[in-house]
Ligand binder design. Structure first.
Ligand code: MG
Ligand code: ZN
Length: 367
């Protein structure tokens, strides 16, 4: 059984390298059905210009073009018109505007009940997957509660107690070399987690075992970038759907982040932005194919904010975007939302980032 599962994963993984196979077109989506699973894909710092640059650079089909529903969200936090990733992720996770740097807490620094925690309490399987440390703002806001995003060790402790079934990302040192001398990896093993550290690569070497919970660490701190050879996210997207599907008959909630698009924006490095978005494009293709077959999965792709004030200047040509950055920080642009699957029609229009939380709950049919 185990080897069969492994074979299935390998076959599916090699399929994503094969010539492009279009997913069934959107009219085949049963919009009125209720999804059993939600996969929220977040491209950190991936707004319209980042998407455009990658689309014009891509030699392969760009999967965002296949989404039947597109919206825009207003990204501002409670403290600033220009949000950071912590406040933005808290808005997605818990439906409340909060201050920049807040991790899963409200404007008074009190913990908010997140959609991932509610999914867990309703016996759905839950997962967080990222290309940055798992303690970083975007994944953290779904399962940790801290007044400031810099508190990586406190966030790791929250994550270790969160009960999230699957976590994939960097940040091993925050679990095992801590100021309080606790070894959270050992503590998590005692609670039924398998913990693995296959840095950067080789996620495909890990068999899906029979254990319910897995923490898979991809780096001691920050994973390398795509340009340096990181390639685990597309495989992790397949691994995660299969792992979570097996974990619960009730369905699952998975947040999967491409976290380094933002770092390319901060560095004003256009090539890096494009390489990270194109890596994310593979992930989006994998998830779309999964959802098109599964038919009970709502897929949402969005960003927390724009990074770099990126413009594509007049000499832009196909394959050669002229990328000019206006800032090394975040900007206040509206940010796109792409949705596919049952109840995806809810994501049409212009709305606050907090509505993504409410729309996901509505899609699940939760009162
Ligand atoms: Mg992030
Ligand atoms: Zn940023």
């Amino acid at each position: 059984m185990r080897s069969l599962l492994f074979l299935w994963i390998l076959m599916t993984f090699s399929a994503c390298k094969a010539p492009y196979l279009p997913i069934p077109s959107y009219y085949k989506v049963n919009f009125s059905k209720q999804p059993k699973n939600i996969i929220l894909l977040i491209g950190d710092g991936m707004s319209i210009a980042q998407i455009s640059a990658a689309l014009y650079s891509s030699k392969k089909p760009f999967h965002l073009e296949q989404f039947p529903v597109i919206g825009l969200h207003k990204t501002h936090s409670s403290s600033d018109l220009v949000t950071d990733s912590a406040a933005a992720a808290t808005a997605f996770a818990a439906g409340k505007k909060t201050y920049n740097n807040a991790i899963g807490v409200d404007i008074d620094s009190l913990p908010l009940y997140t959609i991932l925690e509610e999914a867990r309490d309703r016996n759905l399987a839950t997962g967080l997957v990222t290309t940055v440390p798992i303690t970083h703002a975007t994944p953290a806001a779904f399962a940790a509660h801290q007044h400031n995003r810099v508190l990586s060790e406190e966030i790791a402790l929250d994550l270790s107690n969160s009960g999230v079934d699957l976590m994939i990302g960097g940040g091993q040192k925050y679990f095992e070399r801590r100021n309080d001398d606790r070894n959270l990896l050992q503590e998590m093993q005692a609670k039924g987690y398998r913990t693995e550290s296959y840095f950067y690569k080789n996620l495909d070497k890990i068999p899906i075992g029979t254990e319910d919970k897995l923490l898979y660490l991809t780096a001691d701190d920050s994973p390398i970038g795509v340009e340096q050879g990181r390639d685990y996210l597309p495989f992790a997207s397949l691994f995660a759907t299969h792992f979570l599907e097996r974990r619960s008959d009730e369905g699952f909630f998975l947040m999967l982040e491409s976290g380094q698009i933002d770092w390319g924006g901060h560095a004003n490095d256009g090539k890096r932005v494009v390489s990270e978005v194109l890596d994310f494009n593979k992930v989006i293709g994998n998830v779309l194919r999964y959802a098109a077959t599964n038919k009970e999965t709502l897929v949402i792709v969005t960003a927390d904010h724009e990074t770099g004030g990126l413009a594509l200047n007049p000499k832009t040509k196909m394959g050669k975007p002229q990328m000019v950055f206006n800032s090394n920080g975040h900007t206040a642009q509206l940010t796109p939302v792409f949705a596919y699957g049952p109840q995806s029609q809810l994501f049409n229009g212009i709305y606050d980032n907090t509505m993504i939380y409410h729309k996901m709950r509505e899609a699940f049919g939760w009162e």
